[in-house]
Ligand binder design. Structure first.
Ligand code: NAP
Length: 323
């Protein structure tokens, strides 16, 4: 769906300055968010799905929203995501045309993602994944030490998260190679729009891409083989980016040393899934970076105030690009 710029601009409010704000999520809890939202937007009325106030809703705050959320909201002027990834919203066939969708750029989430990626990366770089097994086996053995400057880390996606993390990895003295759709310049980072080139340079790869038709399944057999031997893959974006049988083959053949997976095509990961017990995989339950009300409510309130003034909201989705 491609929307023109004029179609994305909300019309100014005429009748009243009070807005009706709907909170609709199957994952985030309104009782967790409402106290801070009410403090930031004291004149507005908050409703938790399925209370849609008879359809009189100006702003919908969503994260994996229930089916039918947008079915009958004729006054809707803004869909504000509580997450940075918006593929669930964009993929909703009932998404009202002309209503802007804003991503949440949460500084707390960006900081958390940096901590997670660095923790995973150091686990691989310092061989801790291996020493954990040695301890279980009571084996006293040392593995070869590398300097951070011996390693090149490929960062796929150089946006809000990837760009920040690339800078943090440079500060730790790693070489960093970043892949983005459009050409980019970032101090100390080798930037390219050529994926194969970035992968071939990389000892470890961090996936921080949005899930779009183009990026789905992007880490497949051929691409994983381009990463240097004994490398690792860190997927903290979406499960759909990795072709799982291809990743397992790369681990089982010992081309890759380890994989760190925070996201999966099916979440929660079913108990019978073999990924739980694969020795080459460290997994976490989609916690790499959680939305943090204390650092994000200000951003949400800013967008609501912009709607109140009839201005375009910030951090809106580019529907043509798909993210
Ligand atoms: P963002 O700011 O939109 O950045 C996306 C980056 O990916 C941009 O650099 C973009 O290139 C690049 N990109 C997109 N499509 C591409 C393509 N076809 N080819 C090459 N590069 C492409 O996104 P973000 O805020 O950093 O978030 C990234 C993703 O992280 C989210 O979409 C979400 O799925 C995931 N996430 C996961 C968690 C978790 O807890 N696991 C938490 C938060 C977010 P340009 O710079 O050229 O636009």
């Amino acid at each position: 769906m491609i929307l023109g710029v004029s179609a994305m601009l909300p019309s100014p409010l005429t009748k009243t300055n009070t807005l009706n704000i709907l909170f609709a999520s199957t994952k985030e809890k309104p009782e967790f968010w409402f106290p801070l939202l009410r403090r930031a937007l004291p004149t507005d009325h908050f409703h938790a799905w399925p209370d849609v106030n008879g359809g009189d809703i100006d702003v919908a705050i969503v994260a994996t929203h229930p089916v039918g959320t947008f079915a009958n909201l004729p006054r809707l002027k803004l869909i504000q995501s509580l997450w940075m990834g918006v593929e669930n919203i964009i993929g909703d066939t009932e998404l009202p045309r002309g209503v802007p969708v804003a991503r949440l750029i949460d500084p707390g989430m960006v900081a958390a993602m940096g901590e997670t990626v660095i923790a995973y990366l150091l686990d691989w770089h310092r061989h801790f994944w291996c020493y954990r097994q040695f301890q279980k086996d009571k084996v006293w053995k040392r593995r070869k030490q590398y300097l951070a400057s011996d390693r090149t880390i490929g960062v796929l996606g150089m946006g809000e998260l990837g760009g920040t993390i690339a800078a943090k990895l440079c500060a730790l003295d790693f070489n960093v190679a970043g892949w983005s759709r459009r050409p980019k310049k970032l101090a100390g980072v080798y930037c390219s729009t050529d994926l194969d080139e970035i992968l071939s340079r990389s000892d470890a790869v961090v996936c921080l891409l949005p899930l779009t038709p183009y990026t789905k399944g992007i880490l497949n057999k051929d691409r994983l083989q381009k990463i240097k031997k004994d490398g690792c893959v860190i997927n903290v974006a979406r499960g759909g980016h990795v072709v799982m049988p291809d990743l397992l083959a790369a681990l089982d053949s010992e081309h890759l040393a380890h994989a760190y997976l925070d996201v999966f095509e099916t979440e929660p990961l079913p108990p019978e899934d073999p990924l739980w017990s694969h020795p080459g995989i460290t997994l976490t339950p989609h916690i790499a970076a959680l939305s943090e009300p204390r650092t994000s409510v200000g951003k949400i309130a800013e967008n609501v105030e912009r709607i109140r003034r009839g201005e375009a909201p910030l951090s809106t989705v580019d529907f043509a690009a798909g993210y």
